[in-house]
Write a protein that binds this ligand. Sequence first.
Ligand SMILES: [Zn+2]
Ligand SMILES: [Zn+2]
Length: 162
Amino acid sequence: MLAHASQVLRELGHLFLAGQVHQAGVQAKGFAKGLVPSRDCKACGANFTPEHGASLFCSERCARRAVRAIRKPRNRALKFGVAYEPISPVRVCERDGWRCQLCGIATPRRLRGTNEPNAPEIDHIVPVSLGGGHVWSNVQCACRACNGRKGATVQGQMRLAV
Ligand SMILES: [Zn+2]
Ligand SMILES: [Zn+2]
């Protein structure tokens, strides 16, 4: 699960900085592989051994994916001047029982991030472009097919804020 946006961005800073330092020969100071325990990538979940202590992600690709996942909704919320709160897509889908709230199809967690028609995605009930906030009460789990079809229309039931 993604940590708070600012924390992830800070860690990403470490990742890139550490990459540069690494190239500069930090290995000689004892950061060699094997001294750092392996961990699970925060983006894809793969177990990996970082080349330095700060990395949360197995690859630059995963780091970029995590940045996109955080930045995109926040930037859109800023652009349209609507409310924003950091939202965990996993928690939203758990709340909604891993089912599309538009057509009712099961959207299994293992399909997250895939191009399958029933991959779970986060849908804004009132689209951000129409003034809906990126907030817990205005998001729902939707299948990729419905989410793509829906576009900027209002569908679904607003949730009680928690
Ligand atoms: Zn990864
Ligand atoms: Zn659906």
